[in-house]
Design a protein around this ligand. Structure first.
Ligand code: MLT
Length: 215
């Protein structure tokens, strides 16, 4: 479906009190990739799943990179603001609660989700509710170090990273967890035995985390 800016899927869930899941795929993925994950993590949730608009060759991403793990920070800031505006617009259009949105991001998608948390909407001086009330970040790294750390008190973040991930080193994941904690977020950093690929263990962990968040 087309909407200002992003090709996306929106699916209304069965429980209006459940968080809306903002699905953010990895490099080369699309809006369909994480739908099966969302069905396992929170089957009753609304789903908003945009496709990244930046093309690397033919591979969609959510922001530009200059090399593997080296990000174009100007583009990242711009894309973060653009995604935040898209989510706000979608909340109005589809009538879901914009104050109860949890990102589920993998790799590049997890990185832009972390940027949504860290850049406080990606735009200077914007007042109003934050885009994300929580985030599940699979294989995230530090996307950007903001000049001013945002206040993330009340925001819950689950990070799940692979011990043997060659793309995201353990120290990078730890640095992101530490930064989010410094902002006041409640962070759980879980280590999986594998590498960069998403596993059943990741999904099961995310399910448990969502269920415990709802209590
Ligand atoms: C990726 O391939 O997506 C990277 O590991 C993360 C990124 O570029 O954001």
């Amino acid at each position: 479906m087309n909407n200002p800016g992003f090709e996306h899927v929106y699916r209304a869930g069965s429980n209006p009190a459940a968080p809306t899941l903002l699905l953010l795929h990895g490099t080369g993925g699309n809006e369909d990739d994480l739908l099966p994950v969302a069905d396992m993590v929170s089957p009753e949730s609304n789903i908003l799943s945009p496709r990244g608009k930046v093309l690397e060759g033919t591979m969609p991403r959510f922001f530009r990179r200059l090399a593997e793990g080296v990000f174009d920070l100007e583009d990242l800031r711009f894309r973060t603001g653009e995604l935040a505006a898209f989510v706000r617009g979608a909340a109005a259009r589809y009538a879901f609660d914009g104050a109860n949105v949890i990102a589920v991001g993998f790799s590049n998608g997890a990185n832009i989700a972390a940027s949504l948390l860290l850049l406080d909407e990606g735009g200077p001086g914007r007042a109003g509710p934050r885009t994300l009330s929580g985030a599940i970040l699979f294989r995230a790294m530090v996307p950007i170090v903001p000049e001013v750390l945002p206040d993330l008190a009340g925001t819950r973040v689950l990070m799940s990273n692979g011990r043997d991930d060659l793309l995201v080193r353990a120290a990078q994941a730890q640095q992101l967890a530490d930064m989010l904690e410094k902002c006041g977020a409640g962070v759980t950093l879980a280590w999986q035995p594998g590498g960069h690929s998403l596993t059943k263990q990741d999904v099961a962990l995310a399910r448990q985390w969502i269920v415990s968040s709802a209590k």
